[in-house]
Design a protein around this ligand. Sequence first.
Ligand code: G6P
Length: 613
Amino acid sequence: MCGIVGYIGPRDATAIILNGLKRLEYRGYDSAGLAVIHDGKIDVRRDAGKLSRLVELIESEPISGSPGIGHTRWATHGEPSARNAHPHLGSTGEVVVVHNGIVENYLELKDELSAEGVVFNSDTDTETIVHLVEHYQSTGLDLSDSARKTFTQIQGAHGIVLLSSKEPDKMVCARIGNAGGVVIGLGDGENFIASDIPAILEHTRKVIFLDSRQMAVVTRDNVHIETLEGRPVDPQVHIVSWDPVAAEKGEYRHFMQKEIHEQVRSLTDTLAGRVDFEKGQIRLPELNLTPEFAQRLDRIFITACGTAAHAGMVGKILIEKIARIPCEVQLGSEFRYSDPITNKNSLVLSISQSGETADTLAAMEEGRKKGATLWSVVNAIGSQAMRIADGFISMQAGPEVGVASTKAFTAPLVDLYMLAVLLADMRGVIDNTVRKTLVADLRLVPDLASRALNTEPGVEIVAGRLKDIRDCLYLGRGINMPIAFEGALKLKEISYVHAEGYPAGEMKHGPIALIDKMMPVVCIAPKDPWHDKMISQIQQAKARGGTVIAIATEGDELVGSLADLTLWVPECPWMLSPIVTVIPLQLLAYHIAAMRGLDVDQPRNLAKSVTVE
Ligand code: G6P
């Protein structure tokens, strides 16, 4: 959940870390801090609030040095305040830590340490880590051995970086479980550590990902990795192809707006190399899918959280319709506790932008335990969900910074469509003509996204009308029902407007009681197989005095005449319609939030990557 950056090398760590933290602020933003070693001593600056507060603090009380570590926090234990902000110093002032995760046994450890006379200076669980390291140092162990002993003693999932002024030539880091990644960036005479790649991308593209229960000792010229049990690890160096400019806001006011507009490109990239339009075939080599597995696959569980789960709901409809394999969607937070009925013919397919969402990873672990094959559709390259899977589809959305996910929603819609076609082909459940038509339709995707973005001027007019609303209902059916959920989620997340997504056919069983002239009703009614049913639902809402905002297919005069306001999207094959219907809803949430003057990219109480369960 929190963002971490570390640097060791000849340069001053301060600016490098602050720049890196800026790129990670989306991970958590209730407090921030930085520590450097200077003249054999550790200097710390930290404060509550956003990173800009830390920058101001460092301007008024400058620090410099190397190595250094920094952190942006999303509070779990202890309120967001300066004393609870990371980095945390130990009692001697000779060890300092930044941490992502929850020390599950911290109360027990705190009692033990307090009994030895240790005084705690924060309400965090993290502080136990630094006191434990100091405890082991006091027995004569060096930093890495003290760290190892500490890492094996703390329970839970963690990403951790430690510095000690006793050994100022190194940083020690570890990844334990699924609290988010630890990536080591390799420079020339300098090295970096981060929780996420964007933090270090401007310095290096050569990276090593730590696996769970691995720790590293990083010096200016060397990276030594071993397991917590002390077994040396020969690391695999990855070359990251992301463009650092892609992580900047450019001409846009907010990352979210930029990312909505990037969907033409991200969807083009999603198709690139995967679709053979001439043969009408799909290639997804990283899935390691064999015809034998495709044949015996008898059940798919899609597991995901938030926006990714809504993409999964669309995916279920596509997989069942095209490949005829029973498929169910379970939220990551529920799957593990649902005692799922899986076996070696089942597939657990997780969807995740970050690839680090703890609930989704826990669901994957459950699938693994129960003997299912694990696949993932993931955006963050090298993330845990990608690495622990038997096969994966890489989303090709590029870095997504806005907390509200947009381009990482539409990319998996296309990935799951391609997957459905590939499975159907291998199982022989579609003939050549159907397959070729389904594949040929994919050609339309970038242009459809581009035309859906043309709704923006109309969306701004609707947003102007709705900007002061307190509630909003989103209705959809069939393949566009999950789009009602997603539209409502976008609005809640960034505008703080109470919004509900509902299957339109269920409205008469309850929510219709909510409708009066104060209640805007967004009806997703493109020309899809559920179109006629949506017309009845629009009429029912109108009859109760609701203000209907319709998402309709260009030229659909009937919907246009019934709705108060209409956003026109291009005509398209119904299985691709969620791409065009969701884009105006992303824009609508964005413009309402921007008009309300809210912090669109970093909405209150949320974090982009939720690495706690
Ligand atoms: C958080 C974010 C959501 C996101 C969800 C799942 O709650 O705020 O926008 O949809 O996590 O994230 P993932 O990285 O697994 O897609």
